[in-house]
Design a protein around this ligand. Structure first.
Ligand SMILES: Nc1ncnc2c1ncn2[C@@H]1O[C@H](COP(=O)(O)OP(=O)(O)OP(=O)(O)O)[C@@H](O)[C@H]1O
Ligand SMILES: [Mg+2]
Length: 364
């Protein structure tokens, strides 16, 4: 079974290294809207689930995709003002609040209205509390920081998992995993899982090096190494960029890792994903989006017979860099055309038509 799920704490006492923020959370909850903020994977969302459980509140959770606009926030306000059908109080959780649209000015206003008028305790979660978008919201909230989890606490937690799983573990490897995770418990447990091989831990050099692109490299690695559906799905849920970009990341790197029939199967899934994407665009049928995401992740992950144990250095997608370069060139051309338009007193269409001739004697 997937270790992250299996060892996910079932109560607040089991949460690692967060005594202070959690006790503050409990102290202010219901008295003032609470804004939890901090880096990813440290237990912000988790602690809301467990607080709701402890206080016997019905959790009402919404995240960025549910409240992009003023209209959907109006519905949230209604719910925040009512108790549940069993007369229970709710814990209204507004996750990923930094994903709020900046285009829709009414959205922030509506959110503030919710904070003022709610009859239920309310929690907001953000990664960065100093994001400009949160400037006015913060004023109404008690800010509670979720700091990164200390390496020693993570090592202890990983060791406990290894003991329960009967995995022979070397303390140095656990320490390496914890240090690489940079205080992120979720990343460390996922790393641990990918290093477990037949009741032993593989050396941590099997993990791809972390750098400025660490999250996306990790996501690629999980998809290409795992054979489990729930891990592949979880990677997509936690992806830090849009799935269209991720498509190219997988396309670039699957050829480095998979071979023969495995590669053929994976490329078939990517081609299916591409077809589905075109259909979504053409018909505007976003119900198909889940298949697009599954083909890229679960499809590619399950295309291999066995996990490849070799070390592969993943790379940045060539397609994206080429597109980037082309975009820059197009922009340059547009600017030159603007200038030419001014000088030649004619439309852009005509300049475009004349471009091949102009190119003969101008550097365009
Ligand atoms: N402090 C912790 N103690 C034990 N397990 C943890 C802790 N933090 C995270 N985890 C594990 O990682 C999983 C993900 O954590 P969670 O969703 O709470 O992260 P988060 O802080 O909300 O991250 P994000 O900013 O990416 O949403 C949890 O379900 C749990 O299994
Ligand atoms: Mg979260």
């Amino acid at each position: 079974m997937y270790l992250l799920k299996k060892y996910c704490p079932k109560n607040l006492e089991g949460v690692v290294g967060l005594d202070k923020p959690i006790s503050e959370f409990l102290k202010y909850l219901g008295k003032k809207p609470v804004l939890l903020y901090g880096s990813p994977g440290v237990g912000k969302t988790l602690s809301c689930y467990l607080v709701a459980k402890k206080l016997d509140l019905e959790l009402y959770e919404i995240n960025a995709s549910d409240y992009r606009d003023t209209e959907s926030l109006k519905k949230v306000l209604e719910i925040a003002k009512q108790y549940s059908i069993f007369g229970k109080k709710r814990l209204v959780l507004i996750d990923e609040v930094d994903g709020l649209s900046t285009q829709d000015k009414g959205a922030t206003k509506e959110l503030i209205k919710i904070l003022k008028e709610t009859k239920n305790p309310i929690v907001l979660i953000a990664n960065d509390a100093y994001d400009q978008k949160l400037k006015s919201l913060k004023y109404y909230c008690k800010l509670i920081q979720y700091h990164k989890i200390h390496t020693n606490s993570i090592v202890k937690y990983l060791k406990k998992i290894c003991d329960e799983e009967n995995v022979d573990c070397d303390d140095n490897i656990l320490k390496n995993i914890a240090q690489r995770s940079n205080g992120d418990v979720r990343a460390s447990v996922l790393d641990l899982q990918s290093l477990i091989s037949k009741n032993k831990l593989l050396p941590s050099d099997y993990l791809a090096p972390r750098n400025y692109e660490e999250n996306i490299f990790n996501s690629v690695r999980y998809i290409l190494k795992t054979k489990k559906i729930d891990i592949a799905k979880d990677v997509m849920n936690n992806l830090d960029r849009n799935p269209d970009d991720f498509f190219w990341w997988i396309e670039e790197n699957v050829t480095k890792e998979y071979q023969e029939t495995d590669l053929e199967n994976a490329l078939n899934f990517l081609s299916l994903a591409d077809t589905v994407k075109k259909r979504i665009r053409k018909r505007q049928d976003w119900n198909l989006f889940k298949y697009y995401v599954d083909f890229i992740s679960v499809g590619v992950a399950l295309s291999k017979e066995d996990t490849y144990r070799k070390f592969v250095r993943y790379g940045f997608p060539t397609f994206i860099s080429k597109m980037g370069a082309m975009k820059a060139k197009r922009k340059e051309l547009e600017e030159t055309m603007d200038k030419l338009q001014e000088q030649m007193h004619c439309s852009k269409r005509i300049i475009k038509e004349e471009l091949p001739y102009l190119r003969q004697f101008m550097d365009l």
